[in-house]
Design a protein around this ligand. Structure first.
Ligand SMILES: Cc1cc2nc3c(=O)[nH]c(=O)nc-3n(C[C@H](O)[C@H](O)[C@H](O)COP(=O)(O)OP(=O)(O)OC[C@H]3O[C@@H](n4cnc5c(N)ncnc54)[C@H](O)[C@@H]3O)c2cc1C
Length: 316
């Protein structure tokens, strides 16, 4: 790694969630020089416990990151830039690296840019929740978005599912696996059609079409969904279907293949449609995943990236 006004490395990793951290670990072990840039706003920041990560079931999300950071410190060629944003990535026509990543951060010693032969995008996703005044206060506490991650802790309770998207009926059927007291709130939208409503009702799921006024409860513990007409429906937890948006504005000038939601399309190893540019975790199509899936994709992209850097294609 060379330093100066512009640092030169093999790989710049944008994002320090499980995808980016796992890639950094494996790239460090392959003697690649790496700068990992992390703004420090992971998608699961709202929650207190992460589930389903082998050997770390129930670990606080911050703890998982801390453990990963500690492991990275053993690899001198991996540099982590915290509270730093990649504001733009551009392809270079000539010169040392194929890409230049412009940085913005307040910490001392942050270079203005990093020149890299490859870029791994591991920026996760942003979420917009339905417009319900206090929903944020319950999100990650007793209202979640990922059934595989959090339904176990809520099983057999009266639950809410709140959403406004056409996949709501499918999500309801999934969540009904953990409870037989589920009410699906469309919040005044037409997310569920009449055929779906009949199917859900037949399997014991209540469909509530009236708009929601707000949630009630105490310190993150939801106790009821209050409808605009004042009706209160008691619940002891639930799920919401956020809208997910890619956090990829910094790639503005690069013409990359995206899926219908704007996530980066990759091959099974994380290569995007632009040579030298890779994606892993929630930023890659099809979007929202789980921590261990993101970490696995980061590891896989790292292995392939090393092969690509030296121009060989071999199995492990
Ligand atoms: C409430 C909630 C609870 C969840 N619970 C679980 C669970 O229990 N188990 C589970 O497996 N999964 C859970 N998930 C899903 C899990 O959080 C994600 O699948 C996982 O974090 C994706 O990892 P990632 O590395 O792709 O992205 P993230 O973990 O979101 O990390 C992306 C990082 O990139 C940074 N970044 C973004 N843009 C830039 C930029 N331009 N420059 C620099 N840095 C940038 C962000 O600040 C962030 O730190 C949960 C999600 C939510 C919302």
């Amino acid at each position: 790694m060379t330093d100066g006004p512009t640092t030169e490395v093999d790989v710049v990793i944008v994002g320090g969630g499980p995808a980016g951290l796992s890639a950094a670990l494996n790239l460090g072990r392959a003697r690649a020089s790496v700068v990992l840039v992390d703004a420090g706003r992971p998608r699961n920041a709202a929650t207190l416990r992460s589930h389903g990560f082998l050997t770390r079931d129930g670990v606080p999300p911050l703890e998982l990151r801390k453990l990963a950071r500690a492991e990275l410190s053993a690899y001198a060629d991996v540099r982590v830039l915290d509270r730093t944003l990649v504001t733009a990535v551009q392809q270079r026509e000539c010169g040392g690296g194929r890409f230049i990543a412009a940085l913005s951060g307040r910490a001392a010693g942050i270079p203005p840019a990093v020149s890299a032969r490859s870029v791994l995008v591991a920026t996760g996703l942003r979420e917009t929740l339905p417009d319900i005044p206090s929903l944020r206060a319950y999100y990650g506490m007793t209202i979640f978005s990922c059934a595989a991650c959090d339904a176990w802790e809520l099983q057999d309770r009266p639950l809410a599912l709140i959403g406004e998207t056409p996949d709501l009926a499918a999500r309801a059927r999934l969540i009904a696996r953990w409870t037989d007291r589920l009410t699906v709130f469309t919040n005044g939208s037409d997310a569920i059609d009449t055929v779906e409503e009949a199917e859900l009702t037949a399997s014991g799921i209540v469909v509530e079409r009236r708009a929601i006024d707000d949630l009630e409860g105490d310190r993150g513990d939801v106790s009821a969904v209050r409808l605009v007409d004042g009706t209160r429906i008691g619940v002891e937890g639930g799920f919401v279907r956020p809208q997910w948006h890619p956090a990829l504005d910094f790639l503005g000038g690069i013409d990359l293949e995206r899926d219908e939601f704007g996530n980066l399309v990759t091959d099974r190893s994380g290569r995007t449609s632009v040579v030298g540019l890779y994606a892993a975790g929630d930023a890659a199509s099809p979007g929202p995943q789980q921590l261990i899936v993101a970490a696995g994709q980061g590891a896989r992209a790292a292995a392939v990236l090393v092969h690509d850097l030296i121009g060989v294609r071999t199995a492990h």
